[in-house]
Design a protein around this ligand. Structure first.
Ligand SMILES: Nc1ncnc2c1ncn2[C@@H]1O[C@H](COP(=O)(O)OP(=O)(O)OP(=O)(O)O)[C@@H](O)[C@H]1O
Ligand SMILES: O=P(O)(O)O[C@H]1[C@H](O)[C@H](O)[C@H](OP(=O)(O)O)[C@@H](OP(=O)(O)O)[C@@H]1O
Ligand SMILES: [Mg+2]
Length: 328
């Protein structure tokens, strides 16, 4: 016997900082006007008593990164994963395996490097003698200045980076990290914010141009959050739409940001970074886009499982879709 209700419940699982930044209270009010209930999930309590959820929107990247070395975060993650496994009809925005690949720049740069224009880069797994790094840099076509980024791509430590201007500056790297050729781009960054099938381009300030090639200059250390924050918005070319379509397929995700620069020498659109559930600052359409994407996920699921009117329930016979692999 199935009990059906047509209420749509969307669980949110965000850090306090992210919840405030997103203004979840205002989004909840916006959604209530559209018949969708927004529920904040407390990861420290069993999710089964807080559900059921039609969709869970989360940014568990922080918890996943911390779970590498923190038992409490491991417990929170296990709590979440056991609920998701027991409730396959609950759609995840975004699936954990897709999100996990973006936490590691070694993995995300391999995706960026596949049929998408991105600067030459080199993975530095552990401390290696400088001459052998120098040799591989030449073999892999990297050129000074280089930008050095931590392997971990999300969380507070992931934004500490450096600009290296010559071989002697390689002594300043702290593996595991990536070295990427710096591409002059006229100090303009194009943030492409993706919400499902929609994307929005926002222009941001960026690092200035530097003379190409090695030069006798000390390494510059900086935090990326001091470089590219909101200024204005502008639209780019159709090339961004093609890039977003490609990344949506490659990543299997709906909520992500892509950092794009335009090489001032070759005028090529160049991807330098992909972010999980970014801030969407400068995108006034974010609330309406997120809600319509959530509704499209639910509509897709309801049409795929007509018996299931969109309310997940442990008594429901699932239609085979598993939340971890739901196509969002
Ligand atoms: N290869 C590159 N060539 C030129 N500039 C770059 C390159 N990579 C990064 N930058 C500059 O450094 C800034 C930070 O780089 P990146 O986006 O990779 O760091 P991040 O910490 O992931 O940033 P965020 O998470 O805020 O997007 C970029 O906004 C851009 O200004
Ligand atoms: O998990 P983190 O802190 O790495 O997430 C960052 C994300 O990497 C980007 O830096 C976001 O900036 P934008 O791309 O400009 O949106 C950050 O958003 P913010 O609104 O918090 O600055 C994320 O926190
Ligand atoms: Mg970035």
């Amino acid at each position: 016997f199935f009990t059906f209700s047509f209420s749509r419940r969307v669980g949110f699982c965000l850090s306090d900082k992210k919840r405030r930044k997103l203004n979840l209270d205002a989004f909840a009010e916006f959604c209530a006007g559209h018949g969708v209930e927004i529920v904040e999930i407390d990861l420290t309590q069993p999710l089964v008593h807080q559900g059921p959820f039609d969709v869970i929107v989360h940014k568990l990247s922080d918890v996943i990164v911390e779970a590498e070395h923190d038992s409490q975060s491991q417990q929170l993650l296990a709590n979440f994963q056991s609920y998701v496994s027991a409730h396959p009809s609950t759609a995840l925005l975004d699936p954990l395996p897709a999100m996990t690949q973006l936490l590691d720049r070694f993995a995300s740069y391999q995706i960026m490097n596949w049929r998408i224009c991105s600067p030459p880069y080199l993975e530095i797994h552990s401390a290696t003698d400088l001459p052998s790094i120098q040799q591989v840099l030449v073999e892999q076509g990297l050129s000074f200045p280089l930008i050095c980024k931590t392997r971990v791509a999300h969380g507070s430590l992931s934004h500490e980076m450096s600009l290296i201007f010559s071989a002697s500056g390689l002594a300043d790297i702290h593996p595991p990290c990536v070295l990427q050729s710096f591409v002059n781009h006229g100090a303009v960054l194009h943030k492409v914010f993706v919400v499902g099938d929609r994307h929005f381009c926002v222009e941001r300030p960026s690092l200035k141009n530097f003379p190409s090639g090695p030069c006798d200059r000390k390494t510059i250390f900086f935090n990326s959050h001091q470089v590219s924050k909101p200024e204005s918005s502008s639209d780019l070319t159709a090339a961004v739409a093609a890039l977003v379509r490609e990344l949506r397929v490659r990543l299997g995700m709906a909520l992500f940001g892509v950092d794009v620069i335009i090489n001032i020498r070759t005028h090529t659109l160049t991807v330098i970074d992909v972010n999980i559930f970014p801030g969407y600052e400068g995108v006034p359409q974010f609330f309406s886009s997120l809600l319509s994407h959530i509704e499209s996920v639910l509509d897709k699921r309801t049409s795929a499982c007509p018996r299931d009117n969109g309310v997940p329930d442990s008594t429901h016979a699932t239609c085979g879709s598993s939340a971890a692999t739901t196509d969002l």
